[in-house]
Design a protein around this ligand. Structure first.
Ligand code: ADP
Length: 193
């Protein structure tokens, strides 16, 4: 199975990504986690990534592609992937589509988890004290939601036009979101086996 989770900050794509990976056997690739690991490793590149993440700005496309491409190639060879937080811009989506086509492993579905900004903000503020993330602060959260609306939101029409968008209401308990995703995926003719 090859999926993409498209969602604003706080919609639960990390949680759902892990569950879908366990359910399907595909590998969970969390862009934010891979970039945070690279930031923690330090060095010039690490410091650059950390600065973007702390501000809630997107890391430049070329850096993201350099970090993410090997993980996608490995996962594709191992039988599938659940992309969480990548692609997040139109140039990333185009590059990812070209890579997938070259490897013969194109996306089965793009799962769009949606919720209102009010719900997302409340969740992010609630988890801020435990997350230990430098970007879980009220002003940075506001900025991340704006960046999502202005940039990543463009991927909703992009995947709709390609006929693979699956919209799921993320304003439900995690188990209900998982159940909705699974039932929607099971209904897709090309995934039924
Ligand atoms: P959230 O979705 O809650 O913002 P993530 O862990 O997915 O959490 O992302 C955290 C940060 O990592 C983003 O604000 C951004 O700085 C960086 N990031 C993650 N994925 C990408 C991406 N595909 N392109 C650019 N930057 C990214």
């Amino acid at each position: 199975m090859r999926l993409l989770l498209l969602a604003p900050p706080g919609a639960g794509k990390g949680t759902q990504g892990e569950r879908l990976a366990a359910w399907s056997g595909a590998r969970h690739i969390a862009a934010g986690d891979l970039l945070r690991a690279q930031a923690q490793a330090g060095g010039g590149l690490g410091h650059e990534i950390a600065a973007y993440q702390e501000r809630g700005d997107l890391v430049p496309d070329q850096i993201v592609l350099d970090v993410l491409t090997p993980a996608v190639v490995d996962a594709a060879a191992a039988g599938g992937y659940i992309l969480d937080g990548f692609p997040r811009t139109l140039p990333q989506a185009t590059a990812a589509a070209e890579l997938a086509a070259r490897l013969g492993v194109t996306l089965d579905a793009a799962i769009y988890l949606h919720a209102t900004d009010e719900v997302l903000t409340r969740r992010l503020l609630d988890r801020a004290s435990q997350s230990g993330r430098s970007d879980d602060k009220a002003d940075v959260i506001r900025h991340r939601l704006r960046v999502y609306a202005e940039t990543t939101g463009q991927l909703v029409p992009y995947y709709t036009e390609r006929g693979i968008l699956v919209s799921v209401d993320a304003d439900q308990p995690p188990d209900s979101v998982t159940a909705d995703i699974q039932s929607r995926l099971s209904a897709l003719p090309f995934l039924a086996s």
